[in-house]
Write a protein that binds this ligand. Structure first.
Ligand SMILES: [Ca+2]
Length: 179
């Protein structure tokens, strides 16, 4: 086993662990995906949505964004950053914007449909996204709400593009992604 492979495995398990730690389940993200896509894909099941969220989670850029964003939320909550940045993050100050920028690396994986879905979810805040938003009075969810929206948007785009479910980070893609 190469060092890189072990490193990648840690990134993946840490991503799952952080989402769970912050009260977000894969099923709740999949529910949002189902609501976004079921009217376009007739045969779509919840299991398809769960599988597609897992597939998105295999991507290294997605793992990087999850770990970075959620760890910043946690650090802000614990007061480990400067008072100025903690304050911005704890209030989810509207003009901060770095949370949305960071999550673009998730949304962009599956092309422009992802961005449209992300904007839509950001406005409506369905399901777990709304729950995270409501918790903001006592928790820092500045990054995680966008991360969850981005994961759902990316999984929905993956379904929309009907991309073969063979995305494995351990296997370098032989051809560019089709958008
Ligand atoms: Ca946010």
């Amino acid at each position: 086993m190469t060092k890189d492979y072990i490193h990648l495995k840690h990134l993946k398990s840490r991503s799952y662990e952080l989402l769970a730690e912050r009260g977000v389940s894969i099923e709740e993200i999949a529910k949002i995906v189902f609501d976004l896509q079921h009217s376009y894909v007739e045969s779509l099941t919840m299991q398809d949505c769960i599988d597609n969220v897992h597939a998105v989670m295999q991507k290294r850029e997605v793992q990087n964004a999850i770990i970075t964003g959620i760890e910043i939320d946690i650090a802000a909550e614990k007061g480990l950053l400067s008072p100025l940045l903690c304050d911005l993050l704890m209030r989810d100050e509207g003009l901060y914007g770095i949370d949305e920028i960071l999550t673009l690396s998730i949304v962009n994986v599956y092309g422009s449909i992802g961005l449209t879905n992300f904007g839509y979810l950001d406005k409506l805040k369905p399901g777990i996204i709304g729950k995270l938003n409501d918790e903001k009075s006592h928790r820092c969810n500045t990054f995680i709400d966008d991360i969850v929206g981005a994961l759902a948007a990316a999984a929905a785009s993956r379904i929309a593009h009907a991309q073969p479910q063979t995305d494995e980070i351990s296997v370098p893609p032989k051809k560019p992604h089709h958008f």
